[in-house]
Design a protein around this ligand. Structure first.
Ligand code: PLP
Length: 343
């Protein structure tokens, strides 16, 4: 099977499995797991922050980051299609007690002007703004990147008004590769940045939160509160270290695969695809045909050994990753041509 549903479907590599089997471990709650400590140190270094905290998932990373930056009853400003808004079971409201102020914006980015307007002046009647959240790359927008300049400008508006910024950087290394910059340049203006090992980086479990030391100390308390503090977590952190060393440098290949898929798709009848959104490893498109819905197209691909998921009756997202070869992509393009063009 060729799996295009998500980069979370990647399986640990042989190198990861070897590293996991031989990892040096200890009790991480007591700070005694040398492999977790090394992963936190290395991750913080890559993002140019003083400290890191290993957490089980991106969802928990976002949540502990938000909890550590805010007080219950504050307002959070975020994109209206942000992952943390749409797909994290409203933890930011249920657990962090935050009210949301969603903003629109093309390609996953709201404007500095809209942000400025959303940070309300202090007033006895209004909630204060506790945090601004950005997402890089932006999942729902199709894996689009926020540039260093955009990140700086948005952070500058927030900071001028005394509001910290959290970056949900689940795929921040994809953004860095696509933009040709260091991840630390994208992280520098923000107060809190998360990223995931278990997506394009191919590790089985885990995400990282990075920021200032006192922020990470608070996030660590919240990780404990949420039940996310682990013991001999070095077993999984070991795979994260392999991911940073061996998988990060090859993320550009996934982008190249996505580009090839997108170019084939955009020439096929009844497919609506904005090539400007195809910047990293996601390809979002619409099926606009009388004779075929998006779920039906996925079903037909399934018959040819290709797993794909429709997001609605008209929308599909393909995700490229390490577990597909360029030859697999050729098979997918052939199947698409056959189904959509009858070739
Ligand atoms: C942008 C973004 N943030 C956060 C997450 C959540 O990560 P996890 O599934 O590890 O909780 C995802 C997952 O796809 C994501 O795409």
């Amino acid at each position: 099977m060729i799996d295009l549903r998500s980069d979370v479907k990647t399986k640990p590599t042989d190198l990861m499995r070897q590293a996991m089997a031989t990892a040096e471990v200890g009790d991480d709650i007591a700070g005694e797991d040398p492999t977790v400590n090394e992963l936190e140190r290395r991750s913080a270094e890559l993002l140019g922050k003083p400290a890191g905290l290993f957490v089980p998932s991106g969802t928990m990373g976002n949540l502990v980051g938000l909890l550590a930056l805010t007080w219950p009853g504050q307002k959070m400003i975020l994109h209206q299609e942000a992952h943390v808004f749409r797909w994290e079971r409203a933890g930011l409201t249920r657990i962090a007690g935050l009210m949301t102020h969603p903003l629109p914006g093309a390609y996953g980015a709201f404007s500095p002007e809209d942000l400025e307007g959303a940070i309300w002046e202090p007033d006895l009647h209004s909630p204060t703004t506790g945090v601004v959240a950005l997402e890089n790359t932006h999942n729902r927008a199709g894996g689009t990147c926020l540039s260093v300049a955009q990140t700086r400008e948005l952070c500058e508006v927030a900071h001028r008004r005394g509001v910290p910024v959290h970056v949900d950087g689940a795929r921040i290394f994809n953004a860095a590769v696509a933009l040709g910059v260091e991840a630390r340049e994208l992280a520098a203006p923000a107060d809190s940045v998360t990223f995931c090992f278990s997506k394009g980086l191919g590790a089985p479990v885990g995400s990282m939160v990075c920021g200032e030391t006192d922020f990470i100390d608070r996030a660590r308390e919240y990780r404990k509160l949420l039940g996310g503090a682990m013991r001999q977590a070095g077993v999984v952190a070991a795979a994260g270290l392999v991911a940073l060393e061996h998988e990060l440098p090859r993320l550009g290949e996934d982008h190249e695969k996505a580009r090839r898929l997108a170019e084939t798709l955009s020439g096929l009848p009844g497919i609506v695809l904005d090539l400007r959104t195809v910047q990293t490893n996601l390809v979002r498109f619409e099926v606009r045909r009388e004779d075929l819905t998006a779920p039906e197209l996925c079903r037909r691909l399934g018959e040819q050994g290709i797993k794909a998921g429709a997001q609605s009756d008209t929308e599909i997202r393909f995700v490229t990753h390490r577990d597909q070869s360029f030859a697999d992509l050729k098979v997918v393009c052939g199947a698409l041509r056959e189904i959509l063009k009858g070739e």
